[in-house]
Write a protein that binds this ligand. Structure first.
Ligand code: PEP
Ligand code: MN
Length: 344
């Protein structure tokens, strides 16, 4: 729509698209409204008819299979508001830190304090855990969610936590600020559809053997079902390499920024599986222009129930954040330049 389009204009365009038999998906940005039309068949008559309307700036056919999440569809970058202080995809690099799993009240409250002290914006912690073995700790479930809510109260940090089943979406959304889709669930389509209606931002992790296109198609599911607030997460993929737990496809962060307007988060913990490799990979994430990091820290990694080997201890965490500062200053400079150039 043109920048000055009013409600009546928008409604008239929506009616015309519907008359052609297409389904509507509207994105109302601060600057302008973008109306998406989804359907099959010959689009040229509809495009021509829309182009003829004064309030329409441009009518285009999106060639990418992931329509709404493509940069082709929406040129301005999506900024996701988590709470009053935290916005992902804007001029602030966002750090999410915390243990792999919520283990106890003491552990999560201590973790929250550490995360806040180190400068994180969001506390992570799994209450529902996707474990390879059915005999491993499966998470504290709702009791864990309650502890996360308590940790949010104590620390002021927002909460990100995983949801594994469409049946748990409402429950997890009632506690969390961001709902995480784990790598193993990236193509759980029932879950993705339910997240379209959850009313909370989603952190969608790339599947272990998924292509970038498949990741974007999964994001498209969530957006097409009504939720525009999706962040994508590179967390390493499975290759022949065994020196690291996964192989970080670091360039995926840059590829994604060329293909989509959605924010991109890097997880250096699951990408490497080894705490000594987390700080250098985190630096790479900043340098390549990711929008933020999600990483594992633990008050006592030796005692962690899950992913202790890749969790930073308090001293390493503080050190890493201090070490990142000059890189973050450069990141900010280049992000502001990009935004000034009309990037956001
Ligand atoms: C996690 O964040 O602890 C997790 C299980 O991540 P992933 O789904 O990327 O393996
Ligand atoms: Mn983990």
């Amino acid at each position: 729509m043109r920048k000055n389009a009013v409600r009546e204009d928008i409604d008239s365009v929506i009616r015309r698209i519907e008359d052609f038999g297409y389904k509507i998906h509207t994105i109302e940005g601060e600057e302008r409204v973008v109306i998406g039309a989804i359907g099959v068949g010959d689009t040229s008559a509809c495009l021509e008819s829309l182009e003829a309307m004064d309030c329409v700036e441009k009518a285009v056919r999106i060639s990418a299979p992931y329509k709404f999440v493509s940069l082709e569809f929406k040129k301005s970058r999506t900024v996701i508001r988590i709470n009053d202080r935290v916005h992902v995809g804007n001029s602030e690099f966002v750090v999410m830190a915390g243990p792999c799993s919520v283990e106890s009240e003491r552990q999560i409250l201590e973790s929250a304090e550490l995360a806040a002290k180190g400068g994180a914006h969001v506390l992570r912690g799994g209450a529902f855990k996707p474990r390879t073995s059915p005999y491993d700790f499966q998470g504290m479930e709702e009791a864990g969610l309650k502890l996360l809510a308590k940790a949010r109260e104590h620390s002021g940090l927002a909460i990100v936590t995983e949801v594994m089943s469409d049946q748990d979406v409402a429950l997890v959304a009632s506690y969390a600020d961001i709902l995480q889709v784990g790598a193993r669930n990236m193509q759980n389509f029932a879950l993705l559809k339910a997240l379209g209606r959850c009313g909370r931002p989603v952190l969608l992790k790339r599947g272990l053997s998924s292509t970038i296109k498949e990741l974007l198609m999964s994001a498209e599911y969530i957006v097409a079902h009504g939720n525009n607030d999706v962040m994508l997460c590179e967390r390493g993929i499975r290759t022949f390499e065994t020196a690291t737990r996964n192989t970080c496809d670091i360039v995926a962060c840059a590829v994604l920024r060329e293909l989509t307007h959605l924010p991109v988060i890097l997880d250096p913990s699951h990408a490497t599986g080894k705490r000594s490799l987390v700080p250098p990979l985190a630096r790479a994430g900043v340098a390549i222009g990711a929008d933020g990091l999600i990483l594992e820290i633990h008050p006592n990694p030796q005692k962690a129930i899950s992913d202790g080997a890749q969790s930073l201890d308090p001293a390493q965490w503080f050190h890493m954040m201090e070490d990142l500062q000059p890189y973050l200053a450069l990141w900010k400079k280049s992000r502001l330049a990009e935004m000034g150039a009309g990037g956001v």
